[in-house]
Ligand binder design. Structure first.
Ligand code: NAD
Length: 272
């Protein structure tokens, strides 16, 4: 159902790789809600061609940008404003990748060059995005910037290895840039901490199926789907959440408030 929540708003959406991507669902919902936006992803992800399907469905243009490259981001923000005919109202940062996780390195055996790459792609890129937006004065007043995070920023999930540090940095950048952009022109910055979700990045983490099921059993509402995450992001881009900033917002069906659940007790009892 559409409520026209984003009518007249212009945005940039990072990170739609395929139909399972959270950014893909956000783009579909933003389109339904009347937004106009530009889609972007790393040039290497473009080669898979899937994003063009989304672009067609949303009547959006695609501008390639490696989010670790300030030069690419400058080009992206310049072109996005030309295409959309004005400043930007919302940005979704839905980017994550860890070479250590992809290559199966355990926490005690991290490759440090790859660790730096993880931080650059998954966290520092968020700083770079806001740095470029600030330098180009590209955001409209009362704009909204959202990045996606995970509870491994606060709690230990052993297989999440260096991504847990990236998420902690990401959330810290949201607070610090949230202060800066709030003072500058009332732009808000938040992170959404999402349940485990069956996407390319998600299922790449070792033991994903087990912690997906565990989180589902722990959460009174069950795991939040990518579609419901998209709904939540839309509210954060809308004018209904203008005073929410510098927050890490849990979107997890209640997982983060739980100690143990009856479902998990039952599961353990069955096994013993
Ligand atoms: N899937 C989950 O379980 C889960 C849970 C919580 C948070 N998140 C977060 O949600 C976000 C989106 O992930 P997803 O689950 O939709 O998976 P996904 O694999 O569909 O999306 C990750 C995206 O990051 C992009 N990317 C990687 N390197 C890049 C670069 N250098 N420049 C620009 N883009 C780059 C990829 O091309 C891809 O589109 C990530 O931040 C992820 O950590 C995912």
């Amino acid at each position: 159902m559409s409520y026209n929540l984003l009518k007249g708003k212009k945005g940039i959406i990072f990170g739609a790789l395929d139909e399972k991507s959270i950014a893909w669902k956000v783009a579909m919902r933003a389109h339904e809600e009347g937004a106009e936006f530009v889609l972007t992803n790393a040039p290497i992800a473009m080669r898979m061609g899937e994003i063009n399907k989304l672009a067609e469905a949303c009547n959006a243009q695609v501008i390639p940008a490696d989010a670790t490259s300030v030069e690419d981001l400058e080009n992206l923000f310049t072109k996005a404003q030309e295409i959309l005919g004005g400043k930007i109202d919302f940005v979704l940062h839905s980017i994550g990748s860890s070479p250590n996780i992809r290559k199966g390195k355990s926490y005690g055996d991290l490759n440090y060059d790859w660790f730096l790459k993880t931080l650059d792609i998954s966290a520092i890129s968020f700083h770079k995005v806001m740095h470029v937006a600030e330098k180009q004065n590209a955001m409209n007043e009362w704009g909204s910037i959202v990045a996606l995070s995970y509870i491994a920023a606060q709690r230990v999930f052993p297989d999440y290895t260096d991504m847990s540090h990236a998420k902690a940095v990401l959330e810290s950048i949201a607070r610090n840039y949230g202060y800066r952009l709030g003072k500058l022109n009332k732009v808000r910055v938040n992170t959404v901490s999402q349940s485990p979700t069956k996407t390319t990045a998600g299922t790449g983490v070792g033991g994903f199926d087990a912690f997906y099921d565990y989180a589902d059993k722990m959460s009174p509402l069950g795991n939040a789907s990518a579609e419901s995450c998209a709904d939540y992001c839309i509210t954060l881009f809308s004018d209904l959440t203008r005073m929410v900033t510098m927050q890490n917002l849990m979107h997890d069906g209640g997982f983060s408030a739980m100690g143990i659940s009856e479902d998990v007790v039952e599961m353990i009892n069955k096994q013993s």
